[in-house]
Design a protein around this ligand. Structure first.
Ligand code: FEO
Length: 409
């Protein structure tokens, strides 16, 4: 029933499913080319391991592929590299069919398992260095947390030199030709996936790459999109580069970046922004910049936020709220690491002036360090108030440079 294409090798087979029509994944990701939920079957002399399952609504295709290759009684292990439903959706049904299968999950997955499956199931925990045996096949586990779920792990099939990487190295790219050397050009999907899924965890990516480097890898078998067999190192190098590159400004000048983002209705918040920036720029070792949110697209926002050591957001208050572009800016932090960045908020207002405090609170939830109180000024700033803006920017910049103060005001 299965052609050769589904066989990564004599003993390892693709049993995943295709979702060509999906156009938005996980609410935030556009998937112009659809996607796949990859699952793999590994056969050894003493049994079979199933590496992840698929999204629940596609499980019938998954079971057809699986049944063509093994009997349920042969399944010795079911490995879930993380518990997200697009890969655990068929778990309960599979466990009910496979009487001798033992579930393998990471330690971090234990707390999540019951919440996901709503029943008690037996499992075994794997961490770095643990191995399972299928007789003539050995699978070794690697703890690679936060890529992109806290419980993520990877595994390596020694005899075939295959890395089961979880979502790492994935692409939302449906193509039944399966392999990177046979499918269409998926380079944009590979980068887009990295940017939206892995980029917030780039330090964890680098840790995972160190673990992967201990193994000779012939094939990377990710959970979405093409299987990477032509030159795995090419993709590893891409991840290494994207996760470690310094942004060009920092790289060029070695200074701390303080960025002032603002929107203004009647130039009042804009005048404040100008002074905040001037105050920040007075500090030795800092380069301050300002950006009108009215004209920044999302990718620019993400790049600037990533590059910035301190992010100061200015918004007028309209109908008791900050303006939408300010919220859009902060929503971009979903794609980035925010802990450690300095945050601050300001704005001019006419009646109630909630916006700076609302933005300040939002940044607190995003784990910014917040050393100064929000600054708000009623309508047109006076000369004295503009000097307060200078002092505000200067204080944020000095703290960014290491001045010691109490955080979380
Ligand atoms: Fe593809 Fe994190 O699930």
């Amino acid at each position: 029933m299965l052609g050769n294409r589904e066989s990564l090798s004599k003993n390892v087979h693709f049993i995943g499913v295709f979702d060509p029509k999906i156009r938005i994944f996980d609410i935030i990701m556009k998937t112009a080319n659809g996607s796949s939920y990859n699952s793999y079957l590994v056969r050894g002399s003493e049994g079979v391991a199933i590496m992840d399952t698929v999204k629940k609504e596609f499980s019938s295709d998954f079971f057809v592929r699986l049944e063509a290759l093994c009997k349920y009684e042969e399944i010795k292990y079911i490995v879930l590299h993380h518990l997200e439903p697009d890969h655990s959706g068929a778990l309960i049904e599979l466990m009910s069919k496979a009487p001798y299968a033992k579930l393998i999950i990471s330690g971090r997955a234990v707390m999540m398992l019951k919440g996901l499956v709503k029943t008690d199931i037996a499992f075994e925990v794997a961490s770095t260095g643990k191995t399972i045996s299928l007789g003539d096949k050995t699978i070794e586990f690697l703890s690679t947390p936060f890529l992109h779920w806290p419980d993520t792990m990877s595994s390596y099939l020694h005899e075939e030199k295959i890395l089961f990487s979880g979502d790492v190295f994935g692409s939302h790219y449906y193509d039944e030709r399966l392999y990177d050397d046979e499918v269409g050009d998926f380079s944009y999907a590979f980068k887009y996936y990295y940017d939206h899924i892995m980029r917030p965890f780039k330090h964890y990516v680098l840790e995972a790459l160190k673990l992967y480097a201990k193994f000779e890898i012939n094939t990377i078998a990710p959970l979405h999109g093409p299987i990477l067999r032509s030159n795995p190192q090419f993709y590893i190098d891409k991840y290494a580069k994207w996760s470690s590159e310094a942004k060009f400004r920092k790289h060029q000048f070695g200074k701390k970046m303080v960025s002032v983002f603002y929107m203004s209705s009647y130039d009042n918040t804009q005048k404040m922004a100008q002074k905040v920036m001037q105050g920040a720029d007075k500090v030795e070792g800092v380069v301050a910049s300002m950006y009108d949110l009215a004209s920044l697209d999302e990718q620019n926002m993400i790049d600037l936020l990533e590059e910035s050591d301190a992010i100061i957001v200015g918004s007028p208050t309209i109908n008791g709220d900050a303006v939408k572009p300010a919220w859009d800016l902060l929503s971009c932090m979903a794609y980035l690491e925010s802990s450690g960045k300095i945050g601050a908020a300001f704005g001019s207002y006419g009646w109630t002036g909630e916006a700076p405090e609302m933005l300040h609170d939002r940044m607190r939830w995003l784990k910014f360090r917040l050393p100064v109180k929000p600054l708000k000024i009623k309508l047109i700033p006076t000369e004295d108030e503009l000097m307060d803006c200078v002092a505000f920017g200067q204080e944020v910049a000095e703290i960014t440079m290491g001045k010691m103060v109490e955080m979380e005001i």
